[in-house]
Design a protein around this ligand. Structure first.
Ligand code: DKA
Length: 132
């Protein structure tokens, strides 16, 4: 059981998010708004079934998936992609096939979760801390 991932995570630090949003096609107004957000991610895990709820002040996205099974995802940045998530050790890899392709990893290490988002050669790093 991936207990290491379960819990509530708050954004503590972010680098290059504007460049990443540009790479995935987010327009200027939404990028400005996105850049001000400090999301909370609520993660629950039940065997291979994961639920990730990302909450911002203007948008909430829910990702429900089973590891290694492709599913249709409507991303928080507005893309429709075919996504497969897999777990490698304590790293969750979210592989989004679509336009453009993107790879999002969340690496869990105690009370810190390091998220890396990559598209079109641009990488953004976001560090989350566990609440409580
Ligand atoms: C993350 O989970 C990355 C996604 C945050 C979305 C914020 C709003 C973006 C609006 C285009 O940290």
């Amino acid at each position: 059981m991936a207990d290491f991932a379960a819990g509530t995570w708050n954004l503590a630090h972010t680098e290059n998010f504007d460049e990443y949003m540009k790479a995935v096609g987010v327009g200027m107004v939404m990028r400005k708004l996105g850049g001000t957000q400090k999301p909370t991610q609520e993660i629950t895990v039940d065997g291979d079934n994961w639920h990730i709820k990302t909450i911002t002040t203007f948008k909430t996205s829910e990702l429900k998936f089973k590891l290694n099974e492709p599913f249709d995802e409507h991303t928080i940045d507005g893309r429709n992609v075919k996504t497969t998530c897999k777990l490698e050790g304590q790293k969750l890899i979210q592989d989004q096939k679509g336009e453009p392709e993107s790879m999002i990893t969340r690496e869990f290490n105690g009370n810190e979760m390091k998220m890396m988002l990559t598209a079109k050669g641009v990488t953004c790093t976001r560090t989350y801390h566990k609440a409580g």
